[in-house]
Design a protein around this ligand. Structure first.
Ligand code: NAD
Length: 364
């Protein structure tokens, strides 16, 4: 890896590359929320000798908290970490052009504005066309928006790249650096060694999903659609078992070795006390975990992306309807998706067929 100074670019036409070190990488990170703070921390903790990390969040307190937290815990790399005040400072306040910028922000509109601002700044402030800056977007967003951003980057600075690299593993996976990355690359050999090094700092698995931009997101949304739908089915099944008067802990263990087995019924079992050593959300009143409103977000992204690709999702509308309703209750929306089991228990069917949420409103 070599780095070119942007100041060099501004003042002279001769580009001065240094090729003396193989450990010379400039990382940028945008979005220090639930996931991003842990991902950026692992990059920080695993910086090589001459690497630098530049971080930014639109909430300045989030950036301050991150910088304070990681440097207090591990002062060794503190001189390699810089908090940036704006997105355009990624192109002006850094020691050289960035190699990688990871974005981990809520929605497509945020990714779009972040990328547009950074790319516009590079256009204004100078960049080396020989030197490729790659933006890695790990946010979960819709495929058409991601494709639009990719097209924008390629049309504006063809040498730069924008790669969809969404993750699975949730906050726990981000904290443990055990995330799985889904990448729009055909094979693992299409993932550059430098990108592999970066992703390995934050995760354990890299899944190449296809050659076209957006296939990483396609894999993420297909999987999370499956998760959302099986999660409702699991909640419904356990409520049925409860109505039948079954011993629910024994029923859960039966399901775990039967055809109803799934991540939602076993690894994230909604019945408290079945796996006391596993630290499941069900054992802590469904707190933590992957919250229902994010599951809803992924169902919406999967159904809208499917529509744009001309694919009708047979359980899409049903799933969307029930996640919409569940998220009308903040106590359900903000807890782990296994709480749908508890929520379905609050629903009763009236004589006219309407569904009443005994702790909320009426659901048609
Ligand atoms: P979050 O809301 O906790 O964090 C997002 C961060 O981005 C916030 O700190 C926010 O201030 C910042 N931000 C928003 N707009 C910005 C902008 N324009 N510029 C700079 N910073 C900006 O969200 P999260 O839970 O960390 O999730 C981030 C993404 O990862 C989402 O797309 C989410 O769907 C996806 N994801 C989340 C999980 C999870 O379990 N939380 C798991 C997998 C994927």
């Amino acid at each position: 890896m070599y780095r070119i100074s942007l100041n060099t670019l501004k003042t002279t036409t001769t580009r001065q590359f240094s090729t003396t070190s193989t450990n010379l990488v400039n990382y940028g990170f945008v979005g220090l929320g639930q996931m991003g703070q842990h991902m950026a921390k692992h990059i920080y903790n695993n910086l090589e000798q001459d690497d630098q990390l530049y971080v930014y969040d639109s909430v300045p307190e989030a950036t301050d908290k991150f910088v304070l937290g990681v440097t207090e815990e591990n002062p060794t790399n503190s001189l390699k970490l810089t908090k940036l005040p704006t997105l355009s400072s990624f192109t002006t306040d850094v020691d050289g052009q960035l190699d990688f910028i990871v974005t981990m922000v809520p929605e497509g509109k945020h990714v779009k504005s972040v990328v547009e601002e950074i790319i516009t700044s590079y256009k204004q402030n100078g960049y080396s066309p020989e030197y490729k800056t790659t933006i890695i977007d790990s946010s979960t967003i819709d495929i058409p928006t991601s494709q639009e951003i990719h097209k924008y980057v390629k049309e504006t600075i063809p040498e730069f790249d924008f790669i969809d690299a969404p993750v699975s593993g949730g906050v726990a996976g981000a904290r443990k650096a055990s995330l799985s990355f889904m990448l729009s690359r055909d094979t693992i050999s299409d993932v550059s060694p430098a990108l592999t090094t970066l992703l390995n700092k934050m995760g354990k698995n890299i899944f190449p999903c296809g050659s076209k931009h957006g296939t990483g997101l396609a894999a993420k949304l297909s999987n999370n659609y499956l998760l959302a739908i099986t999660n409702i089915a699991v909640a419904d099944s356990f409520q049925l078992a409860k109505t039948f008067g079954l011993n629910l802990q024994n029923y859960a263990k039966l399901v775990a070795v039967s055809t109803g087995k799934s991540w939602a019924s076993v690894d994230n079992c909604p019945i408290p006390g079945v796996y006391p050593d596993a630290n499941l959300p069900a054992d802590v009143n469904y707190n933590g975990g992957f919250i229902t409103k994010l599951t809803r977000k992924d169902v919406v992204l999967a159904t809208t992306s499917a529509e744009k690709f001309g694919r009708f999702l047979f359980l899409g509308d049903v799933g969307r309807h029930w996640y919409d309703k569940a998220c009308e209750r903040p106590d359900i929306a903000n807890r782990d998706l296994a709480v749908l089991y508890e929520w379905l228990g609050d629903l009763k069917q009236a004589e006219n067929g309407d569904i009443i949420d005994t702790k909320g409103g009426e659901h048609k």
